[in-house]
Design a protein around this ligand. Structure first.
Ligand SMILES: NC(=O)c1ccc[n+]([C@@H]2O[C@H](COP(=O)([O-])OP(=O)(O)OC[C@H]3O[C@@H](n4cnc5c(N)ncnc54)[C@H](O)[C@@H]3O)[C@@H](O)[C@H]2O)c1
Length: 418
């Protein structure tokens, strides 16, 4: 088997994790059963650059059941679950190139390896695979009919490529489906960020001051989970509407420079750079803990932190103490990388179920429709989004009302009123 994993002997432990996740993925299960019969991805070659987790394994197995030839690499050097990677290769025969803790060079070599079968579809999370394809592997572009993108930051990058005329094939922004961002970004990141923070620190959230940078879908989730755990929550924002929303949701809102002096724990979820910069870190209290749950490790200025660090030492797994030049000690989690995936398992399978159902349906949609599409970034059609929500509700034993013909006529007409 063509693969690079930490240790193939870890496969047994990985397989049970994959099976455990699958229990909580009823929408993907429905699709897998249909894909196995209909083979909508027959003879399609798919390169996937995703966090190598048990949920991703289930997506890859579903795509393979649909007839695809899949190769996988990691979308973050720290987010691979090594036993899962081993099982994907050993038990499911899917070539995977991912080792937790891989260096930058290996990370990009793995992307090259995931592209070796000359894909006609790409699945990306953060757009590193697509940008690599467009810059270093351009000869492969002619085979590609379309791609999908999983996360907000990747969608932002791909829209910028489309705007510049640089994008050479159509992309479906899976992130922009309602059944993705409203659940994965909000409830997934909200809960799993605290999973990572607690594993790395065993810190008591109740009674602490938690500062959340960014009040987008992820930030809302992190803020509400912090509040639910008993924290006093401060939100920082640059968008006045989001800031207002945070205030009316009951959170304190202020500039990061003011929040820096008050926070016990900081979580960045902006997709931006240097949100926690030198001056903020210098203003923090002794003992402050900070981490990032946004896509790239650029939200915390690690270079500045290193420069003002007199001494550092690991305290626990994924937690490093920095003794600063001002004498205070502060704690960075998971090297400033996605704390939920680096220090914990990432999102629960229950939300990835919907995100990855979107991925599978987006691949199928591209097979049928890519010829009619421009080299732009698209949303998945709303009826597919609603189909996913309907299957999910069904799996939860929930049925909802349907519009009566009378109601439908009323709601869609402009003639009614007082
Ligand atoms: N940890 C995960 O598993 C996970 C899951 C989904 C998305 N993400 C990533 O999390 C990040 C946020 O995603 P989202 O869907 O919430 O995006 P979003 O666009 O909905 O929200 C980002 C928010 O950050 C704000 N912001 C930007 N710069 C800021 C700054 N300097 N200070 C304060 N606020 C600032 C924006 O105004 C916006 O409201 C992205 O990088 C995304 O890719 C991570």
């Amino acid at each position: 088997m063509d693969c690079h994993v930490k240790d193939i002997k870890l496969a047994k432990a990985g397989k049970t994790r994959i099976e455990w996740a699958y229990r909580f993925m009823p929408v993907l299960r429905t699709l897998r059963e249909r894909f196995a019969k209909e083979k909508p991805l027959k003879a399609r070659r798919i390169s996937g650059c995703l966090h190598i987790t048990s949920e991703t394994a289930n997506l890859a197995i579903t795509l393979k059941a649909g007839g695809a030839d899949v190769r996988l690499c990691a979308s973050n050097p720290l987010s691979t679950t090594d036993e899962v990677a081993a099982s994907i290769a050993a038990d499911y025969g899917i070539p995977v190139f991912a080792v937790k803790g891989e260096d930058r060079k290996t990370y990009f070599r793995h992307i090259f390896q995931a592209l070796e079968h000359k894909p006609d579809l790409t699945i990306d999370d953060g757009a590193d695979l697509v940008t690599t394809l467009h810059t270093q592997k351009r000869a492969l572009l002619k085979n590609v009919i379309g791609g999908t993108e999983e996360t907000t930051t990747g969608v932002v990058r791909l829209k910028a490529m489309a705007h510049d005329g640089a994008l050479k094939y159509p992309i479906i922004a899976v992130n922009d489906s309602q059944t993705k961002f409203m659940f994965d970004n909000r409830y997934g990141t909200g809960q799993s960020s605290f999973d990572g923070i607690l594993r790395a620190t065993n810190f008591l959230i109740a009674g602490s001051v938690v500062v959340v940078a960014g009040y987008g879908w992820c930030g809302r989730g992190v803020s509400f989970r912090a509040k639910g755990l008993g924290a006093e929550v401060i939100v920082t924002e640059v968008d006045p509407v989001k800031a207002l929303e945070a205030r009316m949701d009951g959170f304190r809102v202020m500039k990061m420079m003011d929040a820096a002096k008050l926070g016990d724990l900081f979580v960045t979820v902006t997709g931006d750079i240097n949100v926690l910069d030198r001056k903020h870190i210098l203003a923090m209290r002794d003992g402050a803990i900070f981490c990032n749950s946004g896509h790239f490790d650029s939200e915390i200025n690690k270079a500045a932190l290193d420069k003002m660090t007199r001494r550092s030492r690991p305290m626990r797994t994924s937690c490093v103490e920095h003794e600063l030049t001002n004498g205070r000690k502060v704690y960075l989690l998971a090297e400033g990388r996605l704390v939920n995936l680096s220090a914990a398992d990432g999102h629960p399978a229950m939300v990835m179920d919907m995100s990855f159902a979107n991925q599978a349906l987006a691949c199928e949609y591209l097979v049928h429709n890519s010829k009619k599409m421009q080299n732009q970034v698209y949303k998945l059609p709303e009826e597919l989004d609603r189909q996913i929500a309907t299957i999910k509700l069904g799996s939860m034993g929930i049925t909802i009302d349907k519009l009566t013909p009378e109601q439908k006529a009323y709601i869609t007409s402009w003639q009614h009123g007082t």
